[in-house]
Design a protein around this ligand. Structure first.
Ligand SMILES: [Zn+2]
Length: 287
């Protein structure tokens, strides 16, 4: 009998890259549904099925409204639905009341489209900073049972540093599942995100994940599984500066896109991949 594989938590920040990149460059058509999320979802669900892996999809409210048929497909494929907020604005730029309203808007959309109530939350761009740690109290008040927004990556400014590498209970009462980080000497190597997998050779990535701590979290974005090259497709009146900015974002994302499926296959051979809610249940629902 082979020895049991260690377990990692798999998640997808389910958002429409076209909405986000167009808003970022100031394009007027940013709210329109992008042309890629449906095909990205197809590719992602197919790959997860092939790997016998299940994941938590932290669904962004505004992406779900632009693609109302997709969240139910994710549920039908056996995955967990979590919440990525509604408008994808950094938590630290909001007041507690605005943050609560964003959570409620996302939850209402998700419940309407899937008949599921999400119990887990992932902040946009891990934006619960040290100054915004009131967000954990708001999440608990809004009924969330766990969070996975703590990412001890050198690339994220002013982030909350996880009290422990392993899942742990926060003072607010909900559970925190930190993102996988390989700490080696004074260095911290973020190994949990597909955007980092493009620069790490596979043996090093697997080694880092083995040392990241129990039930460490992985996160993907649908665009990283896109079978086609990403193009921002701005409206015809976009300025030259907007087009140049979009080209830069395309190049960054296409690098991750080429690498993610192979890296995920290698990870799935070495690790058992489960949704966050299952890990939360294994921990006894916080009892
Ligand atoms: Zn996001």
């Amino acid at each position: 009998m082979p020895s049991p594989r260690p377990t990692l938590l798999l998640s997808v920040d389910f958002e429409d890259w076209h909405q986000l990149v167009r808003r970022r460059v100031g394009a007027s058509n940013w709210q329109e549904a992008g042309p890629a999320l449906a095909r990205e979802t197809d590719a992602l669900l197919k790959l997860l099925d092939e790997l016998n892996a299940r994941a938590t999809f932290f669904v962004l409210g505004m992406a779900a409204r632009a693609h109302p048929e997709l969240p139910a497909r994710i549920v039908d494929a056996g995955h967990e639905i979590g919440c990525h907020g509604d408008a994808h604005l950094p938590v630290h730029t909001q007041t507690p009341d605005e943050f609560a309203a964003d959570l409620r808007a996302a939850k209402a959309t998700i419940e309407q489209l899937t008949s599921r109530t999400p119990i887990g939350y992932r902040a946009p761009a891990f934006s619960i900073t040290r100054a915004a740690d009131w967000a954990f109290d708001v999440l608990a008040q809004e009924g969330f049972a766990y969070d996975s927004s703590q990412h001890d990556s050198p690339a994220i400014r002013d982030h909350v540093i996880p009290a422990e590498r392993a899942p742990h209970r926060l003072d607010a009462g909900l559970w925190e599942f930190p993102i996988a980080v390989w700490r080696t000497g004074p260095a911290r190597v973020p190994v949990g995100g597909a955007s980092y997998w493009q620069v790490l050779p596979t043996p090093l990535l697997l080694k880092g994940l083995e040392r990241a701590g129990p039930l460490a979290g992985l996160y993907l974005h649908p665009n990283e599984l896109d079978p086609q090259p990403l193009k921002a497709m701005l409206s015809p009146e976009a300025t030259a500066a907007q087009k140049a900015h979009a080209k830069l974002r395309e190049a960054q994302r296409n690098g991750a896109r080429r690498r993610a499926p192979g890296a995920l296959r290698a990870i799935a051979q070495r690790f058992e991949l489960i949704p966050y809610g299952e890990a939360h249940a294994r921990l006894g629902n916080g009892a």
